[in-house]
Ligand binder design. Structure first.
Ligand SMILES: Cc1ncc(COP(=O)(O)O)c(C=O)c1O
Length: 377
């Protein structure tokens, strides 16, 4: 039986050549050449003033919150339906994540839910572009501006997505990206923090380098060590030079699924509202609750046919990690959309090496699993 992976990159000779060059030459006086090129090209691509390469998106969120001065006593609004890395850095800085519900169509933070959890202690919001979709960014920006709340835009999964023509990551006080091996643009592990704010950049540069000013040798405070190696930056630069075709391939894969699943009742795929271009990091299916098959059944049924899937994120407020969390009870009662999607959502194989025949096989397998009604093979 053929085994179909859930995710994976598209690597060409360009990446291999750049990394080989970095391995041979990016030392001594050239140690920062690739990192600098990657950062400048990334800022230009996103359309922002500054980009800082870091070891992961998690560290980019941590740096963003620290640079924005978020700390103990502050609350940070995070959508309930996201990867734990969107919320964990809020804990690192000693602040409190407050879980808000998502919109049933975009699967991203809803403006209404965001506004309903704002308190006098709310200092930041982390809208997440789930699986490449985007929330109503204008609404979120307007609410944040009205209440003096900073925006850390979690574009980990959304390189190449657009809202009203503008690229994801360019809307917040900071924008953050992941280059984990599963992502559309990868460096193996890695991330980027982007910002238009010179004051935020200045604090980020100190916080990411053990608390010292660039070029300084005195250490006034202790801080973090969040840097990307030249070898990763070389790989990332090559990927960035191909970002158009990487995003186009993701959109093509989604198109193949749309065609292959046409007419199948009881499922919904990722949405693309008129203002948005979705980069479809993960093609995701929500199975109608009426079919009586939750995500674990569907995943087991597909696994028996050699198809590797991944469960949609479970709401953060449902995780043991947040068991004693102050907003857990309210979130569990109020965030009905996150709980409904989280129970019935399945990420389908979305690797960049997929071909149309494989997508058809996955679609036929999904049809069979739903028809069997039990998820069993
Ligand atoms: C929404 C979201 N935020 C943050 C992250 C963290 O990214 P990283 O693994 O690069 O730290 C991820 C990673 O997959 C993610 O999906």
């Amino acid at each position: 039986m053929k085994h179909i992976p859930i995710s994976g990159p598209w690597v060409t000779g360009r990446e291999i050549d750049y990394v080989a060059d970095a391995a041979a030459n990016a030392w001594y006086g050239n140690a920062n050449t690739y990192t600098g090129r990657f950062e400048r090209a990334f800022a230009e691509y996103i359309g922002v003033g500054h980009a800082v390469a870091v070891p992961s998106c998690t560290s980019a969120i941590h740096l963003s919150l620290a640079a924005l001065g978020i700390g103990p006593g502050d609350e940070v609004v995070v959508p309930d339906l996201t990867w734990i890395a969107s919320a964990a850095p809020v804990m690192y800085v000693g602040a409190t994540p407050v879980f808000a519900d998502v919109d049933p169509r975009t699967w991203c933070l809803s403006g209404e839910s965001f506004e309903s959890v704002i308190s006098a202690r709310t200092k930041a919001v982390i809208p997440v572009h789930l699986y490449g979709g985007m929330p109503e960014m204008r609404e979120i920006q307007a609410i944040a501006a009205r209440h003096g709340i900073a925006i850390v835009e979690d574009a980990a999964e959304a390189i190449g997505s657009r809202y009203e023509g503008r690229l994801a990551g360019s809307f917040g006080d900071t924008g953050v990206f992941s280059f984990h091996g599963s992502k559309t643009l990868t460096t193996g592990e890695g991330g980027m923090l982007v910002t238009n704010r010179d004051d935020v950049l200045a604090r980020v540069m100190v916080l990411r380098d053990h608390g010292r000013q660039p070029g300084d040798t005195s250490f006034v405070n202790t801080a973090y060590k969040y840097k990307m190696s030249a070898l990763q930056a070389a790989f990332g630069l090559a990927q960035l030079e191909r970002v158009g075709e990487l995003v186009e391939r993701k959109r093509r894969i989604f198109q193949w699924y749309t065609e292959a699943l046409r007419g199948l009742d009881g499922i919904v795929l990722n949405d693309e509202p008129p203002k948005v271009v979705n980069s479809y990091w993960m093609v995701t299916v929500i199975v109608d609750a009426k079919l009586g098959l939750d995500k674990t059944h569907v995943i087991a049924g597909l696994a028996a046919r050699g198809v590797t899937c991944r469960p949609m994120f479970s709401p953060l407020s449902s995780l043991p990690a947040f068991e004693d969390h102050p907003s857990r009870a309210r979130a569990r009662a109020a965030n009905a959309v996150s709980y409904a999607l989280g129970q019935y959502g399945v990420n389908l194989p979305s690797a960049l090496n997929l071909d149309e025949d494989t997508v058809r096989y996955v679609a036929d397998s999904l049809r069979a699993v739903l028809a069997s009604g039990s998820g069993a093979a």
